[in-house]
Design a protein around this ligand. Structure first.
Ligand code: GLV
Ligand code: MN
Ligand code: MN
Length: 414
């Protein structure tokens, strides 16, 4: 097929979306259901409508934009990603798969391709765990891996429940209706920046993802004893923050102890109460993220962290409660979709390599209900989740072209 990707337009759209942010450029911060998130959604929905797609939203704000196929009753081919961004992020994580997915559809339409199956772009709600502590909120609900009753009660740091937050943002209706019926998608492909350095270092245009690593996260509450920072003597203290610091180091050593490069552990959240320089911390909340491509090895790390918590609690005379937020299995991509992606790379004349995704993605959950695979494009120095995240217009254009070829092949010509 002779397809032409409008790289300049796509770059412009990514730039505009990147600037819809809670913090000034080059930083992008777009947390779930904030004003920036809602404006970002509006911007993308308008582009979808301009492209002639039919849009709908579900009760948690997952947004679907459909290009109707000749046989609209057949299961559709899905593509898409997320537009929420963690605090202090860049502008390409997720958005490349959303705006690239839209441009792939526009390129197919411009090339006079008419699909037999409908092609549907999805903007998933809250792939990032920032607000409610759990990532892939939208795709978990779509796939039925998160029960509506459990989702309703999720709370953000200010105590607002997901139910309150979504209603305030204008998303009503029962969460139980979000789940997609079996066979909704015949195939799903997510385009994303690699978020790692391999493709750039090897000068390979496309990564074809064959598996997605198994992520888990924990919230750990430490209850100690507060007091005056001057008056309470050191032997008499039960400092919740020092216990948290030991646990954080325990996360690091548990992850390192496997000896595998694929095991990683991070403590990225630490809230200290009351948070005054002259007050001994009496309560701390930390959140730890542990991942591996081997689920059993990851679960061993989780057990070691729990042991560390027990030891620290006894030694320091504090109370520690572990709240598991998620412990997801790894996903294998569908060989048939992987093959289609490889054929699309060949058709476009791009080099590709098979690779594993160490980051998680909505595809981790969509793979449970549809044959799914992912396309990665290189990003500068592998940087991601930071403001200097960057993918070149050319790399984005190449990924989009492969995606368009793949969507055409998966949807079939009318
Ligand atoms: C997704 O953003 C992840 O943390 O892997
Ligand atoms: Mn991310
Ligand atoms: Mn992402």
């Amino acid at each position: 097929m002779n397809l032409c990707i409008d790289e300049a337009r796509l770059s412009r759209e990514l730039e505009i979306l990147g600037a819809i942010s809670e913090s000034p450029p080059p930083v992008t911060t777009r947390v779930l259901f904030t004003e920036a998130d809602l404006r970002g959604r509006e911007f993308v929905k308008q582009l979808c409508r301009d492209a002639g797609l039919t849009t709908r939203e579900d009760a948690v704000g997952n947004t679907f934009a459909r290009w109707l196929g000749k046989d609209p009753d057949l299961p559709a081919v899905g593509t898409g990603s997320h537009i929420d961004a963690i605090p202090n992020a860049g502008r390409y994580d997720g958005t490349v798969g959303v705006l690239g997915g839209l441009e792939a559809i526009r390129a197919l339409a411009r090339g006079n391709f008419r699909p037999r199956r409908s092609i549907e772009l999805v903007i998933f709600t809250s792939e990032e765990p920032t607000r409610f502590g759990i990532g892939c909120l939208g795709s978990r609900l779509l796939s039925g891996l998160l029960e509506a009753s459990a989702a309703e009660h999720l709370k953000d740091r200010s105590g607002t429940s997901l139910d309150q937050a979504r209603l305030q943002a204008g998303f009503a209706g029962p969460l139980s209706g979000v789940r997609l019926r079996d066979g909704y998608y015949s195939a799903f492909v997510e385009l994303h920046i690699e978020q790692g350095p391999i493709l750039e270092a090897r000068q390979i245009e496309i990564g074809v993802v064959t598996a997605i690593a198994a992520p888990a996260s924990l919230r750990i509450w430490i209850e100690g004893e507060g007091g005056h920072a001057g008056a309470v003597l050191m032997p008499d203290r039960h400092d919740a923050f020092l216990a948290a610091a030991e646990i954080a180091l325990g996360v690091e050593s548990a992850a390192r102890s496997t000896g595998a490069m694929d095991t990683v552990g991070t403590v990225g959240v630490c809230d200290v109460f009351p948070g005054a320089v002259n007050s001994i911390p009496n309560r701390v909340r930390i959140e730890a993220d542990v991942r591996d491509i081997d689920q059993a090895r990851r679960d061993d790390v989780l057990r070691k962290i729990a042991e560390t918590c027990d030891q620290v609690a006894t030694r320091r005379g504090v109370q520690i409660r572990i709240e598991p937020l998620n412990a997801d299995p790894p996903a294998q991509c569908a060989p048939a979709v992987v093959d289609v992606l490889i054929q699309a790379c060949d058709a476009c004349g791009f080099r590709y390599m098979r690779m594993i995704s160490r980051a998680y993605h909505d595809s981790l959950f969509i793979s449970r209900i549809a044959p799914t695979a992912m396309l990665f494009i290189p990003c500068r120095s592998g940087f991601s989740h930071r403001p200097d995240e960057y993918a070149s217009p050319e790399a984005i254009g190449q990924g989009t072209l492969v995606l368009a070829e793949a969507l055409a092949s998966l949807a079939g010509a009318a």
